[in-house]
Ligand binder design. Sequence first.
Ligand code: FAD
Length: 398
Amino acid sequence: MSRATVIIVGGGVTGLSAAYHLARRRFGRVIVLDKGPVGDGSSSRAAGIITGLLWSEPGVLARKKALALYRELSEELDGYRFQDVGCLNLFDPLSWPERERLLPLYERLGAPFEILDAPEMRRRWPALHLPDDIIGLYDPLGGYSEPHEYIPALVQRLHQLGVEIREGVQVEGLLERGGRVYGVWTASGPIESDAVVCTVYAWTNVLLRSVGVQLPVKSFVHQRYVTRPLAAPVAIPAINANPYGGYIRPAHGGRLLAGMETADREEYRVSDAAFHMSALSAPAGIADEMHRRFSNLVPALATTTWESEKVGLLTFASDGEPILGPVSRLPGLFVGVAFHSGGFAYNPVTGMLLAEYVADGRTSIDVSAFSPDRFDPADVEAYLAKTVTQRDVVRRRH
Ligand SMILES: Cc1cc2nc3c(=O)[nH]c(=O)nc-3n(C[C@H](O)[C@H](O)[C@H](O)COP(=O)(O)OP(=O)(O)OC[C@H]3O[C@@H](n4cnc5c(N)ncnc54)[C@H](O)[C@@H]3O)c2cc1C
């Protein structure tokens, strides 16, 4: 057994999952540091929707594994269950051809799907009201997780596995010597380690600037809402309702959860490690607009009102793909960040891949396309210098 120490900075689902996989492998001493309570970033605010039908070969392969791991975790974690209601991705005739081009990829990689027309969707889910020309790409393995069930269940398992979780510890920077990262510094002093895994999502460039690394990432405010309990639960899958600009799914206690993007909103710049997501707010009127829009799709929504709102950040890389792996110019440093609006969905496999990189130096799925080394420093600088709106980044939902 190795006696190495690994520090994971960021106790969202990505960092917790990396800790889980390292501990399962008995890698050594695993320490998770979070400046708040774990899950305090985007993870506790997520809608938790997952589909395996992504846009690239590594993405599809990684999600296939994530879906399998979610089912295993359902058996292993006390108090957590993956909700395997399927995931229905909706398209209008204009946006469908772009997605249709990916079907051979799904076939080749064994990611199951069905193409459904409006009558078939109405037959399967009578609670849906759909226009005749809408196209459904159904992922029978997709579904969702409730963050408020998943995160505590995973944390409980990490305690059993001997992971040290230190909450309220803000990492001020990384320790570097001779071109190697060998730990972190905090207000109460340095902590040395053999590897540092950076899973701080929207805070990525704030943390990495201490070692002169910057990544081309942009963050956007995003919000989702949960209704009061409906008179009777509504049987629908998790729906990526692209033509409606958002998503809707069943939620705990016979509720519905929905979220909508705000494409015209400018990026949100996190410039300080102390930034907290409670500083964010949803644009005025969006809750009403969402209620109106999604009541067209799920008429039962019109019979209730929103009970709660969560506002967080979505962090995208300039090419829309995750950034995951070792930073080769700084041995000892690993990152797992920028999962667009799909970081929750990815987390079981992201953690597995990060653990493989740290422990083995290679991964069981080829995710070299996600490498942090793929960006040219001059392009990164130019990308970070400009201000973009969400509309300007690649559209990636879950
Ligand atoms: C409203 C909303 C809905 C979403 N819906 C979905 C969805 O349906 N499906 C999906 O897959 N994804 C969804 N997402 C995206 C998803 O939430 C994120 O991609 C995912 O949670 C990222 O997890 P993470 O662990 O990488 O980051 P976070 O959960 O943000 O964790 C980062 C952690 O790092 C800590 N931290 C930061 N800086 C420091 C420091 N210097 N020292 C110590 N700790 C630090 C923070 O406190 C935080 O806990 C949604 C996001 C939002 C906001």
